[in-house]
Design a protein around this ligand. Structure first.
Ligand code: A2P
Length: 339
């Protein structure tokens, strides 16, 4: 069967990658790209040719089986329910629906079973959360996680196309003696690290940091896992890195963790310090796997490990995870909206 697929936000950083991922994984489909009126009529590359982008409208979803959304929370809030009403299943990359208890939040390697109760919308988690839970779940299954302390080093592509352009331009401007002129970020991002991603909340954490807390618990299906996060934007184009400290209930050695992770779906153990082998953004960029390395004992507590986790935030952190959800929906015969 050729599924009729809408890609909403097809001109954006994630939307373009969604088109590429559908093509590379040979998802059996006929694709229509949508955007706002701003870039309607423009072309996006797909397979051997190009597709003309259409303006997203309220009745756009008639006859579609699946819509992959990555056009911001406002667009998702308004259009995802309209799509589902028109019989089109939505996989939504925004944060709009993630914490709604009626909407499954899915990383296929971790909780594909949650797709069984989808009501027509499925949420794709935050990029930093996806790569972390892919690694944590297999360890949780054997040693039970008590607490996670994570610091992120996040690439600008997570903010979208305009942030990629901002970093490029700032590097050029600063190297030729001009001012940085930040527009997308509150401060200069070139040659700098920003300990603010998204807005600050009442508890003095950022929204990005609290997403990692709540989304991890929902995906892992365990609210007892304590998570504390510091999310930092760094001048990297593609690939989020994370320093992750984990405290377990039960003993687990670095060798044991490496053995478990080398069997885990979607995970690549990249951990040989004597050969200077460890995950880096430039290694993970363009790859599907989540890379883990620098696995070592936390010598300050019982049953603690430190590790360094890196993945391509646009692929596993967004587009690839969404397409994997679509593949799993097909496999489970769930690519339909229950009446
Ligand atoms: P457009 O190109 O018309 O602005 P990014 O995250 O890289 O900034 O991309 C955001 C994507 O979401 C773009 O494809 C953008 O389209 C799309 N988008 C933004 N607002 C809307 C909207 N109201 N309706 C449809 N698509 C939208």
């Amino acid at each position: 069967k050729q599924w009729k697929v809408a890609v909403v936000g097809a001109t954006g950083a994630v939307g373009r990658e969604m088109l590429k991922t559908l093509e590379q994984r040979e998802f059996p489909c006929e694709v229509t790209p949508f955007s706002s009126s701003r870039s309607a009529g423009s072309k996006v590359p797909f397979r051997d040719g190009e597709l003309t982008v259409k303006e997203l409208k309220e009745d756009s979803f008639k006859g579609f089986d699946l819509a992959l959304f990555s056009a911001g929370g406002g667009t998702s809030l308004k259009f995802a329910p309209l799509a589902a009403q028109q019989g089109c299943v939505v996989v939504d990359n925004s944060s709009a629906w993630r914490m709604d208890p009626k909407i499954p939040l899915v990383v296929p390697e971790v909780n594909a079973h949650d797709l069984e109760w989808h009501p027509g919308i499925i949420a794709n988690p935050n990029c930093s959360t996806i790569q972390m839970v892919v690694v944590l779940k297999p360890l949780h299954d054997v040693a039970t996680i008590k607490r996670v302390v994570v610091s992120t080093y996040q690439a600008v592509s997570g903010t979208g196309q305009k942030a990629i352009v901002e970093l490029e331009n700032q590097v050029r401007r600063l190297m030729s003696g001009h001012e940085a002129n930040p527009e997308v970020y509150p401060h200069q991002i070139a040659f700098n690290c920003l300990p603010q991603i998204d807005v600050f909340l009442e508890n003095e954490y950022t929204k990005e940091e609290m997403k990692m807390v709540h989304e991890t618990q929902k995906i892992m299906g365990d609210d007892s896992i304590k998570v504390t996060a510091t999310a930092v934007r760094v001048p990297v184009f593609y690939g989020h890195s994370e320093s992750v400290n984990v405290e377990f209930e039960k003993p687990i050695t670095p060798q044991g963790a490496r053995a478990i992770l080398s069997q885990a779906p979607g995970v690549r153990v990249f951990d040989n310090p004597s050969e200077k082998i460890y995950p880096m953004a430039i290694v993970a960029a363009g790859e599907d796997d989540t890379f883990v390395g620098r696995i070592r004992k936390d010598e300050t507590i019982d049953n603690g490990l430190n590790m360094w986790i890196v993945a391509d935030n646009i692929r596993k952190g967004a587009a690839l995870n969404a397409v994997q959800i679509a593949e799993e929906l097909v496999r489970r015969e769930l690519l339909r909206v229950k009446k």
